[in-house]
Design a protein around this ligand. Structure first.
Ligand code: SF4
Length: 80
């Protein structure tokens, strides 16, 4: 993990919260609590970009579920 990576993580609104919130059993239907935290997070975009760049397949990152991130990756490929 690089220094920049560590910096945004430490500033995440989810720091200290139960990680299970961000890994709900069904991240399409049960992600609302996580998304509410992400919506207030100052480093949401850095977090989302990290998840997209690293192909994180589980959990809510940057306010986006795994399915939403797959959609974003497809859009990224189309516009690249
Ligand atoms: S965007 Fe969400 S998951 Fe990412 S650091 Fe912020 S609160 Fe945590």
């Amino acid at each position: 993990m690089g220094a920049a990576d560590a910096t945004w993580r430490a500033r995440g609104a989810c720091q200290g919260l139960d990680a299970e919130i961000f890994y709900p059993e069904d991240d399409e239907d049960l992600a609302e609590d996580a998304k509410a935290v992400c919506a207030e997070c100052a480093v949401r975009l850095a977090c989302l970009n990290h998840a997209l760049d690293n192909r994180e397949h589980q959990g809510v990152w940057g306010g986006a579920t795994a399915r939403e991130r797959r959609r974003l990756l497809r859009q990224r490929r189309r516009t690249a």
